[in-house]
Design a binder for this molecule. Sequence first.
Ligand SMILES: [Zn+2]
Length: 278
Amino acid sequence: MNGLCAIFGAALSWWSACAAPHPGEFDPTRLGYAETTAGRSLVSEAIGKANIIVDKDERLALVAGWEQSAWTADSVPVHLIVGGSSNEMIFVPKGCRCVVITVLVMQTWLAEASDPAKADLAVDGVSILVFMMLHELGHIACGDEGVVAFAPLPKNASDTNLVRNDEKRREFAADAWAADHVRRAFTAGHPGFFASMNVQFALTAVGWNLARRRMIDNFGASVLRDPRVFFDQGYTHPNFELRMLVANELVSGTPAAKALRQEFESMREKGDDLRCPV
Ligand SMILES: [Zn+2]
């Protein structure tokens, strides 16, 4: 078990849930989905890169969900699905030691992650997908699949808020698990050196694009500290830009990354709720 998992897990009483290996069982029809062959090559490449970043002794080896003959006791199958009503791109379903990707949502997200017509940085789809998969492995390492139902989002998911709850803490913990593995792989001689370097580039690009869109495309939002930008959207996940800033800080450990994260957090604290009172 990873130290970060232990720290967050102990704080949230999931210690005992971290993480007895068992084969993944996933029935997409139970969630109203069907498995698809779309996206396999992209996901296969990301699986390979994620696996060389994660230490073998974690016993968390991603494997194609459509290649069941290759599964072992350490395997975490990745299933590709279509259909259903969930807009979650990637998640660990309750009770399954597996990762599920909603292919259409993933493709849409990747297409919008960078706008070449503006001053966005290009986002390498494979590398950002690697980080997302590591995040999901972080959930499994912390035993979240036993205690959390990840889908669907609650009806009030569009609410902006700064509520601190266990769901959001689990998301930060999974991000921290992923960032810690990326950071550790970025050492000379590690087989995941180049893969982790590219994940760091991708995180930087996503963070830059989010900040650029907030500050330039939508400059009033920062001046007004608009909660729609700075607060959390709904009650299951923290603000996505903040998550990227925290991940960048954990991976790089630089004073600049820390300052960016602190600046964003101070904007959150100073943000006023601009919605009409009900
Ligand atoms: Zn998550």
